[in-house]
Design a binder for this molecule. Sequence first.
Ligand code: ADP
Ligand code: MG
Length: 683
Amino acid sequence: MQFLPGVGPRRAEAFERLGCSTLEQLVRHYPREWLDATRFVPIADLRPGGLLTVTGTIRHAAALRTRGGRGDLSVTIADATGTLHAYFFGQSFLARTLAPGARVVVSGEFDPIDRRMLNPLFEVVEGDLESLLHAGRLVPVYALTRGITARGLRSSMRAALAAVAEQMPDPIPADVAAAHGLAPLGESLLQLHFPATPEALARARRRLAFEELFLLQMVMELRRRALREEGVALALPPAPALVQQVRDGLPFTLTDDQTRVLAEIAADLAQPRPMHRLVVGDVGSGKTVVALLAAMQAVAAGRQAALLAPTEILARQHGATLQRLTTGTGAQVRVLTAATPAAERRALQAQLDAGEPLLLVGTHALLEDKVRMPGLALAIVDEQHRFGVRQRASLTAKSVLPHLLVLTATPIPRTLQLAWFGDLDLSVIRARPAGRGRLVTRVVDESKRPQVLAFLAGELAAGRQAYVVVPAVEESPRAELKAAETEAERLRAHPLMRPYQVGLLHGRLKPDAKQAVMAAFQAGELHVLVATTVVEVGVDVPNATVMLVENAERFGLTQLHQLRGRVGRGRHRSVCVFAASPEATAQGRERLAVMATTEDGFELAEADLRLRGPGELWGTRQSGLPRLVLADLLRDEALLIEAREAARGVVRLDPQLRAAEHTPLRGALQRDFSEALALALAG
Ligand code: ADP
Ligand code: MG
């Protein structure tokens, strides 16, 4: 960086704070936006509204003292048609640059009353107007840091581009660039920072966004390939008697979707290549039993299967359900959580070490290194959105290469699925089991609380149960606990609730206490369960018919959809009430209203993506993949698909990226994605 004119050790340090230690990194510091200051007018034609540019000569400049301030500067600019004032707040130091006689280009919004522009963009011009940086063009606007001004950064950027842009290795292979009509890297960087025209900017943005998506898809393709073509897994014979036996013992018949997805999984498991499959199915669509039957294929082959659940409650609930569904078949289902006593843990570890066939259900505790599963043939991760690539990898690292099945109730918009889960095959369960009662959604204001409680009491009187959910307060577990406690107290104190038991479930309870509360609710001893969302995922109590969500505007649509899925599981009609707090904005209420219009999780996920952006939905940070800067998963779906095709083509022809023309590509992947690639290869 210090090779740049005007950059010494101090400014180099400031640049480092922006993540720019080298010129190559600096030219990758893309503008946040561009100001369109390309409309040149004679001074006499200046009109208010919009950014206008004039060219003129400074006639007069006056530094003005201000009380306590750094002093303002007022200059008068003239062209052949008239004069204009420019006023610079707190920038009297500009007097040296903006001296009488200087020829300047000034861009700003015109104030007709004082005939002036406030703090306009400006540039002193010596020669022609071609080389303008700061005014009279599409002006790049960057994220800054202390010690680096907008003007300073633009000047450094131009010098850096001149020094390195043309020599930078282009990660996009020439044939890919040609096939997709992409300009060379150097030219694109120049045009992105200092675009000649809006069209040139659009082309440059597309080219560089393509590059981001292409690298991401390369990672996905290399992972896919590493697993599918180079990974060796144990082939588990399909359709063993045990699977049929468990299936025959189910208290229901599988839906068509369940049957189809199960067949897809069974076929994968029968291959000597590791399965890598994502099952997306709405809450209540019956993913657990599909996972169970898949696990039975492993157990029947004399192997071990593991089911990883995101919470203690869910792990125990799954354990109990699966034990019940396998009773009498001889298949072993065991549970391991942080709360499992040491002696039991040791006995279980001995069984695992001996390679006894069993299905082990557990929480994060399963991921610890000290839990060894040498016989692990199938790893199942429930509610994937709670786990990142990292955790997926540590589970699959427990044996040679187990098959991997990921279950999620969060429908993934197509672009996100391609972008971030492109290394997984996809199975979808759309239909919910028949014979369920109707599920009605209502959005109400807090002022309707009396009516809501009256309705709730009516349901309780009819023998049903209810959830009341308060929003999690992520920054403050204490505040969250308080909110839940307050809500429980408020309900207990209500005259209509007097005959009923109100339980409280939140993230700060000890596992045993949580389990006790949950068991009491499941057994019908508690009638109302007040809960924070941390414990909500996957809970299954068919007798619960009311879901009341307080301050519902604070939740994402997908999250609300998940909460809604807790009810409507039995044959009774269920009602889901989303109560907006008095502080909810009109926009927040509108968002809630979307919930009442559709029950389709995929539709809601698309809406959520639009309303909240991808990061909120699928914590990018934990995914182990880098952030997209220019590419936008909403707008750039077509580009993403192009990038994927391109990546597939490259990996098909040169899976090791050994060809000379792929050297820059390999370099870029190693530099930016080494972690994601290493994890992929590990798992
Ligand atoms: P999720 O997909 O949300 O994990 P679960 O697996 O918890 O859903 O299933 C929800 C409920 O539906 C459970 O009580 C389960 O026993 C029941 N269920 C699953 N499959 C069927 C089916 N084919 N017919 C009827 N009920 C089913
Ligand atoms: Mg589930």
